[in-house]
Design a protein. Structure first.
Length: 464
């Protein structure tokens, strides 16, 4: 198995904590008379345990099937480049998995009919899959003129709050006193900044917002949560239709841009946040540059697992209520394996993905990866105490946010044009228009919505 040199994207956990055995992975329905080989491109994990867990799953499949997997583990950025180049040239592997694939690979390539329909893999697992993961695995194909399954959803993630308990205590605040609604919860942390500075904590900020124009993911994820909190979830409906002129959507966009930019300009966010990549807020949080962050997965916490004092100091919290005081759905990401058209060993590719998309395989793979990603199958958390272990201060809140509470899929699932808009960091540019160029939030919102509308016009979806 080939593995490229580990690169730093999020803070890495060094060393080994012991790898969970994969003996529980179920033997699939395999009986090959002649062994075959499939090539698999898999994204390198952000902790070493994730890579070892993948190797364990591959070994279990090879033992059960007699087939071979030529697996290549590649870091986040280089793998995305490889995938784009392969799909462009047609020289593709048999299976691919990228942790941003559901937003940056699948929507456009399903639209362009470049991916194999994996309904025969996903549908048999419908009863096991989380309903939102099941929905989020379906994309629109402009050639077939219908939605179908082009992703085998192995894992999902949610976006929780990450809070330094010691910094909050030092500032004289208690989390139990925090308001329960979205904007007010963020506001709760702002006075802590001056309190801590007055005590000699230099360079401390209140909040790790990501009004970034860099991407690829964090800025969009942040904005979409603000949009939902302000009642703008109807910007793209499940039929793929945009509602950019809807007054409620427009108002939500303006409110979201206003809050994010004002918080930045009022000095509560590190000034470098305008050009943060997805790793930078994690690194700044670990350096205690701010009290609270809002960021996807619990990679922030898992990276400190060997530093128990720091690990236990962080508070992980799910979503608040929205600004109207109503329960707020979490917009989860579902990621998993895709099979490109042109795969040379389609039978083995499908067999391997089918193996990976079983409850035992999903659980063993993600559990051994320290729970940074959540299983796409809720039944797993009921049968394995690992996921809701009260002794762990972070995992339970994360699981409840992503698998127990209400959830919705990303808008790019409904319309691939929205994925193209995300790639252009339109919301980050809107923030920069206000912060750097003095544009009003209303004008920045209008400009952003116009850009998105122009992109979506290129992706007409006729769906039933």
């Amino acid at each position: 198995m080939r593995s490229m040199k580990r690169l730093s994207r999020r803070s890495m956990l060094r060393g080994s904590l012991g790898i969970a055995a994969a003996a529980t992975i179920a033997r699939p329905y395999i009986a090959n008379a002649q062994a075959k080989t499939a090539s698999v491109w898999w994204q390198q994990g952000f902790v070493a345990e994730e890579d070892e867990s993948f190797r364990t799953m591959v070994a279990a499949y090879e033992k059960a099937s007699g087939n071979k997997i030529d697996a290549s583990i590649t870091p986040f950025g280089p793998l995305m480049q490889k995938i784009v180049a392969a799909l462009t040239s047609g020289d593709v592997p048999d299976v691919m998995l990228h942790d941003a694939g559901s937003q940056n690979v699948v929507p456009q390539n399903a639209w362009n009919d470049k991916l194999v329909d994996v309904s025969d893999i996903v549908e048999p697992q419908k009863a096991n899959l989380h309903p939102t993961a099941y929905l989020a695995a379906q994309y629109y194909n402009s050639v077939a003129k219908k939605r179908s399954f082009y992703l085998a959803p192995i894992k999902i993630n949610a976006t929780p709050f990450h809070i330094w308990g010691s910094l909050m205590d030092k500032a004289g605040y208690k989390l139990s006193d925090a308001p329960k609604t979205w904007d007010a919860f963020f506001d709760f942390f702002k006075p802590m900044q001056q309190k801590l500075r007055d005590q000699g904590t230099r360079g401390i900020y209140a909040i790790g917002l990501q009004p970034t124009t860099v991407g690829p993911n964090d800025g969009n994820v942040l904005f979409h949560h603000f949009l939902i909190a302000n009642g703008g979830n109807g910007i793209i409906t499940p039929d793929g239709r945009p509602h950019l002129d809807d007054p409620q959507v427009k108002e939500a966009v303006i409110k979201s841009i206003t809050y994010i930019t004002k918080t930045f300009m009022d000095g509560y966010v590190p000034p470098g946040a305008l050009s943060w990549s997805d790793a930078d807020d994690n690194n700044a949080f670990h350096a205690k540059q701010f009290v609270m962050d809002f960021d996807g997965t619990i990679s922030t916490e898992v990276a400190l697992l060997k530093e128990k004092e720091k690990y236990d100091d962080i508070i992980t919290l799910g979503l608040t209520l929205d600004n109207a005081g109503k329960t707020m759905p979490e917009q989860i990401l579902a990621e998993g394996a895709i099979i490109p058209k042109g795969a040379k060993n389609l039978d083995v590719a499908k067999e391997f993905v089918k193996f990976a998309l079983t409850p035992d395989a999903v659980n063993s793979y993600l559990k051994a990866g320290l729970g940074r990603w959540l299983p796409s199958m809720p039944g797993v958390i009921k049968t394995d105490p690992f996921w809701l272990d009260p002794k762990d201060p972070h995992r339970k809140a994360y699981v409840e946010e992503g698998l127990v509470g209400p959830t919705i899929p990303p808008y790019a699932v409904f319309n691939p044009g929205y994925a193209a808009a995300n790639a252009q960091q339109i919301w980050g540019v809107a923030h920069a228009d206000v912060i750097q160029h003095g544009m009003s939030p209303k004008d920045a919102a209008e400009t952003a919505l116009k850009k998105i509308g122009d992109i979506l016009a290129k992706y007409p979806t006729v769906q039933t």
